[in-house]
Design a protein. Sequence first.
Length: 149
Amino acid sequence: MNDATTAVTVYTDGACKGNPGPGGWGAWLSSGGHEKELFGGERLTTNNRMELTAVIEALASLKRRCRVAVYTDSEYVKNGITTWIHNWKRRGWRTADNKPVKNAELWERLDALVQQHDVAWHWVRGHTGDPGNERADALANKGVTSILR
């Protein structure tokens, strides 16, 4: 990595009205005074799928290699990508008790995107007034609303 690598801050969140149920994802990206808001939704999904999709869509939106600080309130996402994924891959996408990893296609996509950037993962407690997390939460809820129209 060189000093010319763009630094990007990303806050992501997922939302689900029922689990499973209609869901949304949101991501707020900022870099060098520029901001981008992303959101979307699915009619029948789970909260964990929306949490993963938010990070996937944020990283996929980057046009070149970046230093990325990802902030998520999902321990599932943070622990999955920093800890659990290594054993899942070693076991052929199976859990410790030999069951298929849930959302494996999303984990595989996220893993591939992470390889394209220099990512630092941060967990933040949700709904405690963190401005970036609150913004991502609002975008995730906007994602739910967008598919319920």
